[in-house]
Ligand binder design. Structure first.
Ligand code: THU
Length: 127
């Protein structure tokens, strides 16, 4: 699947974001090596620390449905001025399933950019 298509699916997933506290909506689309896509959004909570990021929602949907061979994740956010780099916890979460997983985002010039998760999380923790 083309990166741009996966990114569009992340944008669509943003629609379901539950973000009444930050008003910052995040959508994510995870592409498996077999070509399936799982989407997710951020789900906030009045107990702020209980919030789940969009990336982890999508990953948990994929893995819990038996898909842990992940190729790429696209991430979109509602504020065009912010490039939605995954937070530290999400970087570690993505890294768990492969250091070559590609992370697709839109930069401030409105262009899709791709990183390997190992670039965003060098020397990531492994057991
Ligand atoms: N958020 C994500 O969904 N992914 C990230 O990687 C960073 C932050 C969400 C959490 C919260 O709902 C909102 O963005 C503001 O932090």
């Amino acid at each position: 699947m083309e990166d741009v298509k996966l990114y569009e699916m992340a944008v669509e997933a943003m629609e379901y974001a539950y973000a009444p506290y930050s008003h910052f909506k995040v959508g994510a689309a995870v592409l498996t090596k077999s070509g399936k896509v799982f989407t997710g959004c951020n789900v906030e909570n009045a107990s702020y620390g209980a919030t789940i990021c969009g990336e982890r929602t999508a990953f948990v949907k994929a893995v819990s449905e038996g898909h842990k061979d992940i190729e790429a994740i696209a991430i979109a956010a509602s504020d065009d001025n912010i490039v939605p780099f995954p937070c530290g916890i999400c970087r570690q979460f993505i890294f768990e399933f492969g250091e070559d997983i590609r992370v697709i985002l839109k930069n401030n010039d409105n262009k899709l950019i791709t990183y390997k998760i190992s670039e965003l999380l060098p020397e990531g923790f492994r057991l």
